[in-house]
Design a protein around this ligand. Structure first.
Ligand SMILES: Cc1cc2nc3c(=O)[nH]c(=O)nc-3n(C[C@H](O)[C@H](O)[C@H](O)COP(=O)(O)O)c2cc1C
Length: 168
């Protein structure tokens, strides 16, 4: 059980992105904004399991960061992703739950979600309270923002997987 008594590093990864990153994920948002939204106040969008399985089966479970884009939008936002085994499928399928660092006034079930994963933050933990989990996810968000504020990470905002705004 974790109680947040240990300080965590607020910057992860090296100056340059290293293999296996970048990892690309693209799929229609399956569901999300379930417990993530109600209990945590942190909405998550779930990628289809086959997409996650194909791209992430060589990654350890835990929390990752990178960039994300939704539907026909041209903005690219930071994201944190929880990668874990979905108990519903008796631990046979990996699930990827993405929290986008942007306030959306609506949900986006059925929209295409494009994600570039650039680094690993921490392993999944078992928390003694919901508040401890929420606290740690907020630290994850700070870590993601700090870690992506480096040129080689920022460059992936223009990755070819993302729709780009038309040039004036
Ligand atoms: C960035 C991030 C990190 C998370 N880390 C953990 C964790 O370490 N341990 C845990 O039990 N749940 C963690 N969660 C919560 C679950 O993965 C999941 O989002 C939550 O249970 C809501 O799921 P639901 O919307 O499918 O119901 C994390 C979620 C996010 C978005």
């Amino acid at each position: 059980m974790v109680d947040n008594s240990q300080p965590r590093p607020l910057l992860v990864g090296n100056e340059h992105i290293e293999p296996p990153f970048p990892v690309h994920l693209k799929g229609l948002v399956k569901h999300g904004f379930g417990r993530g939204s109600k209990d945590l106040g942190i909405p998550t969008a779930n990628l289809p399991e086959d997409v996650v399985q194909a791209a992430c089966s060589n990654l350890q479970t835990g929390v990752y960061f990178g960039w994300a884009q939704v539907g026909t939008e041209t903005e690219v936002h930071g994201m944190v992703m929880s990668l874990g085994w979905n108990p519903y499928y008796k631990n046979e399928k990996l699930s990827g739950e993405v929290h986008i660092l942007h306030d959306y006034p609506h949900d986006f079930y059925g929209d295409e979600l494009r994600v570039v994963v650039l680094g690993y933050i921490r392993p999944e933990r078992d928390y003694s309270s919901l508040d401890a989990l929420i606290y740690d996810i907020n630290v994850d968000i700070t870590v993601a923002k700090n870690s992506m504020n480096r040129n080689s990470y920022k460059a992936f905002q223009k990755d070819k997987t993302f729709l780009q705004a038309p040039q004036p």
